[in-house]
Design a protein around this ligand. Structure first.
Ligand SMILES: [Zn+2]
Length: 465
């Protein structure tokens, strides 16, 4: 008998592991050992029992373990405090609602509001097994948000709001671009990514659409390429962006981005519902990633099922990622919705199989984010970011096809525990690092105060007495 050779802080023993490694091994009666912030061994329970000496052994027999999921597009401030507030009147257009309601509420946030909102978003994500997120580049007070996030234990990439386009014809475009670029440079300097090692870091995240000048796009791309970061931006949820780029440049949005040299592997674009065949070719050739937020597409009426080319993106090797856009914390639900809507639209039940749903939530975003050496799979050497899904629930029944069941029928509330960076941040469905009750109570009060400051009336569809 050989002596144990590896010392672990913790070993979870007897679980079913969906490793998401290169051969997509699923290990029944498996074990996972961690030391510090890393996974140090993954394998059959019996094998690890012989080779790993763990300080603590955790009985994992009723759990399925997956790598932590990635929400590749979420707005973590604003909405979390005021989600329930009725914005606008039914007869107002989408842009009227945005200008008269959404933006004034967003702009009325204090630093403390944003800090609380970010904590609520992080707690909600963790509850559904998301361990890493990419924010949409819409944070106003980055320092407060980073401070709030650090207390939750989540891994994330966040960006400050920049608006580098001077819309007013009389305004100074060079000055607007320079101000935006200064913000991007400052944030990546203050919150370095450290080769992906930093739990929280800033990336040059652009709001996208038509909000930034070519100079800002180029500067963001250079920052990302020089430092191993990613640029992320909204683009083409509906025809508004193509119309704008065609009117201004006589090119569609991805054609224009390719023309100015900013479409590449370090770029991840969100929505891309309204793209044409030539833009799909550019996406494939450039290696840029595509993020799909089905809740936003369906509720926003993007027409995605009619015109979207996401099955083609997947077929042609584009890294397709899932985002919640802040509309629902449940990232697996985003995958289910994406699969369902394209299967229905194309009358093809084989589109987006369970394996693709899990890949879009783990390995694909890890690769697109340049972080596949650290996250996305359960393998020795990677960050100890993983999720325990509880199968001792009526929705699971007998486990015959763990991948299919997890992807399509396991309950959303079935996440029992979550580890990030080797720290257990969720235990039996409850946050371990911060006082959830206090965050919720403070967030409710902050939401009421925020709406009161705007003076906007709460126009619910039915009268409340
Ligand atoms: Zn968004």
């Amino acid at each position: 008998m050989s002596e144990p050779t590896l010392r672990a802080d913790l070993m979870i023993s007897g679980a079913t592991l969906i490793t998401m490694d290169a051969t997509r091994q699923v290990i029944e009666d498996g074990a996972l050992a961690i030391a510090g912030d890393r996974i140090i061994a993954v394998g059959k329970r019996e094998a690890l029992a012989r080779t790993v000496q763990a300080q603590t052994v955790f009985d994992g027999r009723r759990f399925v373990i997956t790598p932590g999921f990635v929400d590749a597009h979420i707005h973590i401030t604003g909405d979390p405090l005021t989600r329930g507030f009725a914005r606008g009147a039914p007869d107002e257009s989408w842009s009227d609602k945005l200008m008269r309601w959404v933006i004034p509420i967003f702009r009325a946030q204090t630093a403390e509001d944003e800090r609380l909102a970010a904590q609520c978003a992080a707690l909600a994500m963790i509850r559904y097994g998301t361990t890493t997120f990419v924010e949409a580049g819409t944070v106003l007070q980055l320092d407060a948000v980073m401070q709030g996030l650090s207390e939750t234990g989540i891994r994330g990439r966040v960006g400050e709001w920049v608006e580098g386009r001077a819309y007013d014809p009389g305004a100074d475009q060079a000055k607007a671009s320079a101000a935006a670029i200064r913000i991007l440079e400052s944030e990546v300097e203050r919150y370095p990514d450290a080769g992906g090692e930093a739990r929280l870091a800033a990336w040059p995240l652009l709001v996208g659409h038509s909000t930034n000048s070519d100079e800002v796009w180029r500067a963001a791309k250079v920052l990302a390429d020089d430092r191993g970061l990613r640029v992320s931006a909204h683009m083409s949820p509906r025809s508004g962006d193509p119309d704008w780029f065609l009117a201004r440049y006589n090119r569609r949005p991805l054609e224009h981005l390719a023309d100015i040299g900013v479409l590449g592997e370090s770029v991840m674009l969100t929505h891309l519902a309204d793209i044409d065949a030539s833009e799909l070719d550019l996406l494939v050739q450039s290696g840029a990633g595509a993020i799909h937020c089905p809740h936003a597409a369906l509720q926003g009426g993007f027409g995605l099922a009619h015109i979207g080319l996401f099955p083609e993106m997947l077929d042609r090797g584009v890294d397709v990622m899932l985002g919640t856009d802040g509309m629902a914390a449940d990232i697996l639900a985003s995958g289910r919705l994406m699969a369902s809507l394209f299967r229905d639209a194309r009358r093809d039940q084989d589109l987006f199989p369970a394996t693709a749903v899990l890949e879009m939530a783990t390995v694909m975003p890890a690769r697109a984010m340049g972080m596949s050496h650290l996250i996305g799979s359960l393998e020795a050497g990677k960050k100890a970011d993983f999720v325990l899904h509880d199968t001792d629930l009526p929705e699971w029944g007998s486990v015959f096809d763990v991948v299919g069941q997890l992807a399509f029928s396991a309950p959303s509330g079935g996440v029992h525990s979550v580890w990030i960076d080797g720290v257990r941040v969720l235990e039996d469905g409850r946050a371990t690092l911060i006082d959830e009750e206090k965050v919720r109570a403070d967030a409710r009060q902050a939401g009421r105060d925020l709406i009161a400051r705007t003076g906007l009336p709460n126009r619910t569809p039915w009268p409340i007495r």
